[in-house]
Structure formats: structure tokens, C-alpha cells
Design a binder for this molecule. Structure first.
Ligand SMILES: NC(=O)C1=CN([C@@H]2O[C@H](COP(=O)(O)OP(=O)(O)OC[C@H]3O[C@@H](n4cnc5c(N)ncnc54)[C@H](O)[C@@H]3O)[C@@H](O)[C@H]2O)C=CC1
Ligand SMILES: O=C(O)[C@H]1O[C@H](OP(=O)(O)OP(=O)(O)OC[C@H]2O[C@@H](n3ccc(=O)[nH]c3=O)[C@H](O)[C@@H]2O)[C@H](O)[C@@H](O)[C@@H]1O
Length: 447
């Protein structure tokens, strides 16, 4: 099938590459000339495991192309995917300017039947606005061309995006047009061969499903983060509790990890946007308001643990910080908890020596010229001369460290772990003080 994907970010590029991998002919369009140049030169502008191989393979056989030429891109695909950003507006609602601009681009150039697929996360009712935007352009050109607008929200996770797209739990298609449903079924048939994972529904339910999914996942995390705070007070271990409740299939084991707060480009913005939609319709989403507030507080938990151990005044102190990206296996710094941790430490006069396996460049951009932050080339180098180690992101290479080398490098034997990576008794046995989330502190008798 001929497919055009508008927007080559985390979602658009993965969508385009994976659809090409299944034999479709895909043209990816972006307004960012730099990004398109990188892609045309054989590079990948983001860090996403496994994506480079798929992109290169499909470019080589001519099934995947990148362009900034709107007219050519719109002419190419019967299916026009919109995968542009939907950042939060000032009032928390989703800013649809890029989605509507993409819709106008399609309307301004299309000459034959198109199925316009909203892949971006967009509030209920957006398909109607996309339809109006396309129709407005067609009228301006004095043309009548048939088209359908379909909702096909994306559920991939960064860091696991290729696997999630190639082997989806479900594919949601919201459509009220028979011809569009047939083509969407045909497009996705290869991804759902063994199990029919395609769910066809009305457009509004599909749009809503995306927000409901992210809101539910964010709720689980804030719920566990709050319980973790209580666990510390009452002497329980949140990780034991996680295992205990997770074995009930109604609860399930996934997405129950207490930590330094959720970040990323989606949970924070999607929870806000759903709360905002509720307000617009006179429905107060109390649970989600609390989810958001709990998460804002959780991002300060590591800073508070540092203060509890070292005092309010951190002038003259240096902290090693492991993990900058909002989660492992990505370079994405959007809403990363590390930004809040760094701000909390630096505000009190501390210096931070940070290390991340891939996100350093993005972190530099996100932090701007914050004084007191430097970047190390390795996890061990970040420890040199630091008072303590603070872990924010659970990259695999941090999971089994040389505790003796950590102890030798630090001025004080203190590890503050925002992701509960280690057995407290093990860390303590190496002579390190260990402060984690929702667990009793493990402090050796003599330090
Ligand atoms: N990042 C993720 O893991 C997921 C994101 N989503 C949703 O997918 C959408 C896109 O997210 P990301 O890929 O993370 O965004 P992104 O910010 O990485 O990429 C968006 C791209 O769209 C381009 N763009 C903007 N306006 C354009 C236009 N008029 N024409 C052509 N290109 C244009 C930008 O230059 C940029 O390259 C958002 O609605 C997001 O909520 C959904 C599931 C997962
Ligand atoms: O709409 C989106 O953009 C995507 O948002 C999330 O994916 P993503 O943000 O890439 O990453 P997650 O693995 O969900 O992690 C989000 C945040 O939650 C945190 N988290 C996750 C799981 C957990 O148990 N505890 C926890 O604190 C992570 O550290 C991270 O900061 C969803 O998992 C995807 O299904 C969805 O498509």
C-alpha cells in the first residue's frame, strides 16, 4: 500500500519504518529540514533500539523515503498518517496547531481519495476538526475530493517502540466509513496474523481510549508512589508489597514500580489534557487531578532524601547522578524527573556530575546553561570526588555495579536510589548507606 506519514518523531518515524518493513511504500514528511537531512544521509535523529536497522534496510530497497516536499508527500499515499506533536497548551489542553496544519497541508494538495489517519494523541472530537480543516482547504481550491478521517491512536513505549509496533497488544481503529475500515484492516493484517488484535470502534471512543489507557497507567504509578511514602513510615517494603499484590491477575504485575515520578512526553501531558477535557464538559476528574499532583511531588522525593541525609545547605557538596533520560533506552528528556532532581540540588548550592549512556546531548539542551552541572563519560567517572550517588533512571548498566568501586570513589558511602535497583542488604554489606523508595534505609553500623 502507499502510505504517507506526516511527522518523523518517535511515533512517525517508527510507524513509517515498520509499515515499510511489512512491504508498504512509505514517504515520511517533516517540516524540520535538519531532521530530514539526517534521515536522507542515512542517520537516525533519535535513539530508539532497533530502529536504525529497519530504516536502513527499507531505504536501501526503496520502500522508505524522507522529504520536506509537502505536495509530493501528499500525492504519494492513499493513507495519510498524521503523527505530529500535540504538546500541552497553557491551560493543559492539547495544542492541536501541528495536527491542524498537517490536515491543511493534505487538503491543500490532495487530488484523489485519501484516508487521513490521526495517529497523534488527540482529544475527543479532533477528527471532526481535521475533517473541517481539510474541507476548508478543498473549498478554497474549489475542489470536491472524497476523503475519510480515521482515529488510530498509538500505544508504543519509547525504548521498546519497534517491538511494540511490530507486535501490538491491540490496534484501535475508530472509523465510520466502510471503505476506510477495509483499507485499515488490510494495512494492519500483517501485524495481527495470529490473533485478531484489531478493534474497530467509533471515532470518539477510539480517541478517548488513548487517553484512558495513559491515564490508567499514570494512576497506577502515582498510587504506588504514594503507598511507597507510607511504606517508609510504617516500616514496610513497597517492593514486597508490589510482588504481593501483583500476583492477583486483576491487578497484574506490570507498571507497579514506585520511583522518582513518571516523566516523558505523554503521561504528564495526557493526564493534564484529560483533566482539561473533563473541565470543559463539567466533569471533575478528581482521581486524575490527584494523580498529577502526586507525581509533581514525587519528582522532589530524591531531593528530599538528599536533604534528609546532608542537610538543607548543600554548598560545597557534589553529587554523582546516574540516568538523565526519563526512562532507559531513550535519549528523550521531555519532563524527565532528573531535571527536577538537578534543580533541587543545584538550588541548594550543590554541584552535579551526571552520567547517562545516551541522553547527554539532549540533557545539555534541556538544561540550558544551568550552573553547577557537568557531564561524565562513564558511570564510574561521575562518582569521582562526589559526596554521594543519586540514581534517577534504571539503565541496565547500573543494575549490577561494583559496589566496592562505588564506595572507594565516593567521599561518603551514600547511595540514594530512585528506582529500587538493589537488595538493600547487599548494598549495606558493601559498607554503603542505602536510601531507596518505599523501603527502610539500610545503613551499616559503622560508616
Ligand atoms: N513519544 C511516544 O512514545 C508516543 C507519542 N504519541 C503521540 O504521538 C504524537 C507525536 O509524538 P512524538 O513522535 O513523540 O513527537 P515528536 O515531537 O518526536 O515528533 C513530531 C514531529 O512532527 C513534526 N511536525 C510538526 N508539525 C508538522 C507539520 N505540519 N508537517 C510535518 N511535520 C510536522 C516535527 O517537526 C517533529 O519532527 C503526539 O501526539 C504524542 O502524544 C503516542 C504514543 C507514543
Ligand atoms: O502515549 C505515549 O506516549 C506512551 O506513553 C507511555 O510510554 P512511555 O512514556 O514511552 O514510557 P513508559 O514506559 O510508559 O514510562 C513512562 C514513565 O513512567 C515511569 N514508570 C513506568 C512504570 C512503572 O512501573 N513506574 C514508573 O515510574 C517511567 O520511569 C517513565 O518515567 C505508555 O506506556 C505507552 O503505552 C504510550 O503509547
Amino acid at each position: 500500500m502507499k502510505v504517507t506519514v506526516i511527522g518523523t518523531g518517535y511515533v512517525g518515524l517508527v510507524t513509517g519504518a515498520c509499515l515499510a518493513e511489512m512491504g508498504n511504500h512509505v514517504v515520511c514528511l517533516d517540516v524540520d529540514e535538519r531532521k530530514i537531512r539526517v534521515l536522507q544521509d542515512g542517520g537516525i535523529p533519535i535513539h530508539e533500539p532497533g530502529l536504525d536497522v529497519i530504516v536502513q534496510r527499507n531505504v536501501a530497497v526503496g520502500r522508505l523515503q524522507f522529504t520536506t516536499d509537502v505536495a509530493a508527500a501528499v500525492a504519494h499515499g492513499t493513507l495519510q498518517f498524521i503523527g505530529v506533536g500535540t504538546p500541552p497548551d497553557e491551560d493543559g489542553s492539547a495544542d492541536l496547531q501541528h495536527v491542524l496544519a498537517a490536515a491543511r497541508s493534505i487538503g491543500a494538495h490532495m487530488t484523489d481519495y485519501k484516508i487521513i489517519v490521526d495517529k497523534s494523541t488527540v482529544p475527543v472530537g479532533t477528527a471532526d476538526r481535521v475533517r473541517e480543516a481539510v474541507r476548508g482547504e478543498l473549498q478554497r481550491r474549489g475542489m470536491e475530493v472524497e476523503f475519510a478521517v480515521v482515529s488510530n491512536p498509538e500505544f508504543l513505549k519509547e525504548g521498546a517502540a519497534v517491538g511494540d509496533f511490530m507486535r501490538p497488544d491491540r490496534i484501535i481503529v475508530g472509523a465510520d466509513d466502510e471503505r476506510a475500515v477495509l483499507l485499515m484492516r488490510a494495512l494492519y493484517a500483517s501485524f495481527t496474523r495470529n490473533h485478531d488484535r484489531l478493534q474497530i470502534m467509533d471515532v470518539r471512543s477510539a480517541e478517548f481510549t488513548k487517553y484512558a489507557a495513559n491515564a490508567m497507567l499514570a494512576t497506577r504509578i502515582s498510587f504506588m508512589n504514594e503507598l511507597a511514602q507510607l511504606a517508609e513510615k510504617v516500616g514496610a517494603d513497597i517492593d514486597m508489597v508490589r510482588r504481593g499484590i501483583g500476583s492477583d491477575p486483576r491487578i497484574g504485575t506490570h507498571f507497579l514500580y514506585a520511583g522518582a515520578g513518571y516523566g516523558g512526553s505523554c503521561f504528564p501531558k495526557d493526564v493534564k489534557a484529560l483533566v482539561r477535557t473533563g473541565q470543559e464538559h463539567g466533569v471533575k476528574l478528581r482521581v486524575l487531578e490527584a494523580v498529577e499532583e502526586a507525581n509533581e511531588q514525587q519528582k522532589h522525593v530524591l531531593g528530599k532524601k538528599v536533604v534528609a541525609r546532608f542537610g538543607e545547605d548543600l554548598a560545597g557538596r557534589t553529587f554523582a547522578l546516574w540516568g538523565l533520560a526519563f526512562k532507559p533506552d531513550t535519549d528523550d528528556m521531555r519532563e524527565a524527573p532528573s531535571l527536577v532532581v538537578i534543580a533541587d540540588l543545584v538550588r541548594r548550592g550543590a554541584r552535579v556530575q551526571a552520567y547517562d549512556p545516551v541522553a547527554t546531548e539532549q540533557a545539555r539542551l534541556a538544561l540550558g546553561d544551568v550552573a553547577g552541572v557537568s557531564f561524565a563519560d562513564s558511570a564510574q567517572a561521575a562518582l569521582s570526588g562526589a559526596d554521594a550517588l543519586v540514581i534517577v533512571t534504571e539503565w541496565r548498566e547500573f543494575r549490577s555495579p561494583d559496589f566496592d568501586a562505588i564506595r572507594a570513589a565516593l567521599k561518603q558511602p551514600v547511595v540514594i536510589d530512585g528506582r529500587n535497583l538493589f537488595e538493600p542488604a547487599l548494598v549495606k554489606a558493601h559498607g554503603l548507606e542505602y536510601f531507596a523508595i518505599g523501603r527502610a534505609n539500610a545503613v551499616p553500623l559503622k560508616t
